[in-house]
Design a protein. Sequence first.
Length: 181
Amino acid sequence: MTEDEELHDDAEALREETAAGAPELAEHDRLAELEAELEEANNKALYAAAELQNARRRMDKEMADSRTYAAAGFARDMLAVRDHLQRAIDHVPEGARDGDMANFVSGIEATLRELDSVFQRNGVERVPAKGLALDPNRHQAMVEIPSNEEPGTVIEELQSGYVMKDRLLRPALVGVAKKPG
């Protein structure tokens, strides 16, 4: 046997040994591949579960906000009605409260009280303004008035502001103090 034939036989024997051991290697590689796929599937499942939980939280918050502020648009519209009733009361002449108009004026006052009661039950409250420092989140300065008060202090309320729970429905329109001169 020549050296070339001997090398050829050795190579053939090595191929046979490798082929005989290859199923074990292939099985090990397949197992590693399946473990990697399982790991990836687990990660995707955890990500999907976290995403679902976040979506649930967002939906719950949106539903709670919806319930809490569902009447905000209606309440905002009703503020104009309240303003008109208050102006009507403010412009009643002195003699009208005792004369023939007494029942009419009493009815307007009762309606105003009932409207305020409805607002209170639904979390609609008046924004405090007069005597406080200007809060740009709750007050809208309409005019500066020369005064001895601290500059930036609300000294006149032109129109009441209202909040519904913690949400501003309408800012208070105010006059703010400025240094005289």
